[in-house]
Design a protein around this ligand. Sequence first.
Ligand SMILES: C[S@@+](CC[C@H](N)C(=O)[O-])C[C@H]1O[C@@H](n2cnc3c(N)ncnc32)[C@H](O)[C@@H]1O
Length: 330
Amino acid sequence: MKSEHIKYLACPGCAGDLILKEVSSGQENSIESGQLQCSDCKATYEIIRHVPRFVPTENYAASFGYEWNRHTRTQYDSYTGTRISEERFFQETKWPRDLSGQVILEVGSGSGRFTEPAAATGAMVVSLDYSSAVDANYASNGHKDNVLVVQGDIYTMPFRTNFFDKLFCIGVIQHTPDPERAFLRLTEHLKPGGSLAIDIYRYEWWRYLLVTRYWVRPITKRLPPETLYRWCEKYINLMWPLARWINRLPKGRYINLALLIADYRGRYPLSDAMLKEWAILDTFDGLSPAYDKPKSLTEVTRWCVKAGLENIEVERGYGGLVEGRGTKAV
Ligand SMILES: C[S@@+](CC[C@H](N)C(=O)[O-])C[C@H]1O[C@@H](n2cnc3c(N)ncnc32)[C@H](O)[C@@H]1O
């Protein structure tokens, strides 16, 4: 981290200011390891491999750490040569392309595929994740002057309340133990007038019957990530030629989904090798998380109202998602 970025952080325990207590390696403009201390409660937090860490290394999001450190670049536009992540970012947030002068909080960054287009708006982007995925994000985005990568928990974020101009949280809330509480935490950190954009898997009762990943998840989520990943990789490699054929059938994509194959052929303009890489990643992503709690449009609307948001928009979004947007009342 850069020492000038300390102003974006606060003690997750008491919200006090943090000071740089020690730099063990690196320099002011690129601290590799050191310690931060709260000037009020004196709690200390480590900076490890350039990233300030506010949570224990072992936590329920370990499978995500494994996933994103295996697939550090897979879904980056600068890797695929497409605009898939950029388009999804602007479609979901509905924000302008130039956000210079603003401060954006990204919660649950994963490898940082959306940190990239967010940073390209010219805004300062503070990007938080609970897992060791922060290492993958730091490797791609950490060198940018307008990016600060932080390891922290959505429930106890190391930031001031009423602080950020904009906040986005894509693909995360369903993977937390208490989605409503996670959502309400997000809104606390927005400035009055600031805008929020989130998405969450959409709840429909029949998904638990028809979406086969919910049948096998009780077992797969308990497997060590390395074992499950190896299984996914072997399975996709084996099934890939058959999946291509199935994909051509009417509703073939859904048949593949039922066979636990995340097949994006015909949907994304990627090479066959990249499509397979995405398939392995997303098959693992569907089977591994500790929590998978979809919510309905009505439920997300209720949260927005409870948080006192204005200009609320809750709608069916990308894939099987609910998208939610709103601004914090002034
Ligand atoms: C499916 S990934 C999405 C990553 C990224 N937003 C994307 O769409 O590529 C979900 C991410 O949420 C993070 N996450 C889960 N629980 C969290 C929590 N309590 N606080 C912060 N991040 C969390 C995971 O570590 C994981 O990287």
